[in-house]
Design a protein around this ligand. Structure first.
Ligand SMILES: [Zn+2]
Length: 412
């Protein structure tokens, strides 16, 4: 019987509703808001969960599940989530945590972490004809692990899905010092994925501020062109960041972070390059944490990983790795000289997915660790950020010359 219900659900649950005549056209332009007071997540004695979302107006939506770890994902036309963090999941044992925010421009995402497999059985958006409000109710029923896994594979790759990342592709001609170098800056995290959070500050916003300052400083030199992978507070998957860098014609890719670590006293700027083997536990924790950001935001990384793995076999990767290593060493020196202080082992490696562009020299810069008090103060200090920016530009100046010389040698 249960199976039957899931078969029906195999059809993507998309928002189908009629707009009441009383809802004015201009209301539909406005951002839908969540009515926190009247929204709820309730465990049921049967092992199921009832999710009720009260919205100021109907919006298109879809519901699907993802496995490993089990998650329920809801995508909506953009919603104002203000106050929704007050919808407590403390009382729910089935839903252990939730996240929400902008997933891509115009679209919001709500992700529920599930303690046990439950599947949507009945999904309905009811519209109040007179008030123009809408109620989305999802009745989830207990399922076993196999049923959950089967259902999670039924997710259609339709127009809603993430664009296929083109991780490989034609290499851009190596820079020879005869044209402005395009630096693509990647502010980590964004949207539904806030990154580290300490004392009310969010990593996604701190690194965005730094990225914008660095972009401006680079362009002002006249020697560089600069672009950002994301300009707004939106979620972007790690493979999509690589695709974006490629489409922007990146000569260099700099991913900017300021993570927090669960333990230890990590402090100071650290530069990471891609490595199959992590330099230490901390580097491994950071790399896994970033992939986890994608998983938590409801991205399926498994397919892209295969693509990336095959690309890694390519000889191109070897040449790029050498260039990235050299870039990292220049970065460490540049920042150390400009800031006067850097981490004890400032150049480390780990399996960072975002550094896997096969033809683009890529490094990940942890500006500092939000888990460290003085690092957090540095991150919030404009003078300190300016010093790091100068160090990065010095490093790029040195690297560009050396990299061009090596490219010319390869051509002979
Ligand atoms: Zn981060």
């Amino acid at each position: 019987m249960v199976r039957q219900a899931f078969k029906v659900m195999a059809v993507m649950v998309c928002g189908a509703f009629s707009v009441p005549a009383t809802v004015m056209a201009q209301d539909l332009q406005a951002l839908a808001r969540v009515d926190v007071e009247n929204s709820s997540i309730t465990d049921e004695r049967s092992g199921g969960v009832a999710l009720n979302l009260q919205l100021s107006q109907p919006v298109p939506f879809r519901v699907f599940t993802l496995d490993n770890p089990p998650r329920l994902v809801l995508d909506f036309k953009e919603i104002d989530w203000t106050g929704f963090d007050k919808v407590a999941v403390d009382q729910s044992e089935a839903v252990t945590d939730l996240r929400f925010g902008i997933f891509r421009p115009g679209w919001s995402r709500l992700v529920l972490d599930l303690a046990t497999p439950v599947l949507p059985d009945q999904t309905e958006m009811r519209v109040d004809e007179t008030r123009g409000t809408a109620t989305l109710s999802i009745q989830m029923i207990a399922a076993n692990a196999e049923e959950f896994s089967d259902f999670s594979q039924l997710r259609e790759e339709d127009g809603w899905a993430l664009p296929k990342s083109t991780v490989a592709g034609q290499p851009k001609e190596r820079q020879l010092g005869d044209r402005p170098v395009m630096v693509v800056i990647d502010p980590g995290h964004g949207g539904v994925d806030s990154g580290a959070e300490r004392e009310g500050y969010e990593e996604k916003l701190l690194v965005m501020q730094f990225a914008l300052e660095l972009e401006e400083a680079l362009i002002r030199t006249g020697r560089y062109k600069a672009e950002l992978t994301r300009k707004d507070d939106v979620f972007m998957s790690l493979p999509d960041r690589i695709s974006k860098a490629r489409s922007l014609g990146a000569d260099v890719f700099l991913s900017i972070h300021a993570d927090a670590l669960s333990e230890g006293s990590a402090t100071g700027t650290t530069v990471y390059t891609l490595s199959n083997k992590a330099s230490d536990n901390m580097a491994a924790e950071l790399a896994a944490g970033h992939d986890r950001g994608d998983l938590l935001a409801g991205v399926d990384l498994s397919e892209q990983d295969d693509q990336i793995a095959s690309v890694l076999m390519d000889m191109a990767r070897l040449e790029t790795d050498v260039r990235s290593e050299m870039l990292a060493d220049f970065m460490v020196n540049g920042i150390a000289q400009s800031v006067g202080r850097i981490r004890k082992r400032p150049h480390l490696g780990a399996g960072f997915t975002v550094l896997k562009a096969p033809y683009i020299p890529s490094v990940l810069i942890e500006l500092g660790f939000m888990s460290n008090k003085s690092d957090l103060v540095n991150l919030l200090t404009e003078g300190w950020r300016n010093k790091v920016t100068r160090g990065i530009i010095d490093a790029l100046d040195n690297w560009t010359v050396e990299d061009a010389a090596q490219a010319r040698l390869l051509r002979q």
